[in-house]
Design a protein around this ligand. Sequence first.
Ligand SMILES: C[S@@+](CC[C@H](N)C(=O)[O-])C[C@H]1O[C@@H](n2cnc3c(N)ncnc32)[C@H](O)[C@@H]1O
Length: 292
Amino acid sequence: MVSIKISAVLLIKKIFTQIKNLKKIKSFIQNKKSYKNSAIKVPFILKPFTFIRENGGTITKSYKNFLKIEKYNKSENKKIFYNDIKTWDYKAAMENRYIKNLKFLEDYFIPLLKPDDILCDIGCASGQYTFMMAKHCKYIDGYDMSQNLIDDANEKAKNNNISNVFFHQSRCETIKFDKIYDNMSFMGVLCYVMDDKIAEQTIENLSKGLKKGGYLIYKDNSNNTNGHYYFFGPEENYFMVARSKKKLIKLFQKKGFKIIKEDLFDTVEYKNNKHKKIPLKTDSIGMILQKI
Ligand SMILES: C[S@@+](CC[C@H](N)C(=O)[O-])C[C@H]1O[C@@H](n2cnc3c(N)ncnc32)[C@H](O)[C@@H]1O
């Protein structure tokens, strides 16, 4: 009698385990389907020249191939990532990087500011760092391409009674400066200007808006090879370039800047969709540059 009861319990247990397994298989299939739907489509011919990341994103070393993949994935309804979001909180998104970036700003940039300085923060997003810099200067102009984020920054300034910040919507490539700034911030933006020629024009434009001897705090994604890596994210229209650090430095030197200080905020190692590491690391770097 006891052994019949034990067998019945074991059988019920087995049935439950099977049901659980079935549920696992079902969710695995569903996950695979949604992963497939969100993955970036890469033309067959370009596949050997790309890395497919485990999250469905694509990395390529060729700008031409990046443009082809972008064209292949084009969708009229999708907005560029930063134009779509309503607020940006770097601390919430990447806390470790945020803390290191903040320390770099506080230790090496803030001490260079004078109370009468006028500043400009390009790619200010919701104003997280703009408001901090505003405490150490006369006033600061913030620029960002995203109207949503400019609206959010204006609301935050109003709610916190901060009167020495002025936010404007503009792409960094085309800002028309109506004054010369004492110091500038350009953090986490150039990696979204994909074309090298336009990136060069942007740095030249920034240089024109900065006084001689003025300082620029700069943050970017980079890598330690001689080439660039172009990323296309699983949500369409999230893209960025991790440029060769050597080439970035050369670009700034060519446009009349010298490096005063540099730091490493974070390193990311990438995996492909077979979950093997691909030979690629990107660095989030910070620099203080001076216009000479
Ligand atoms: C990663 S966030 C950086 C925000 C802030 N500077 C920081 O360091 O936390 C990138 C910001 O750059 C802005 N951005 C991207 N491309 C831009 C462009 N071409 N011109 C101006 N702003 C741009 C985005 O809208 C976003 O607010």
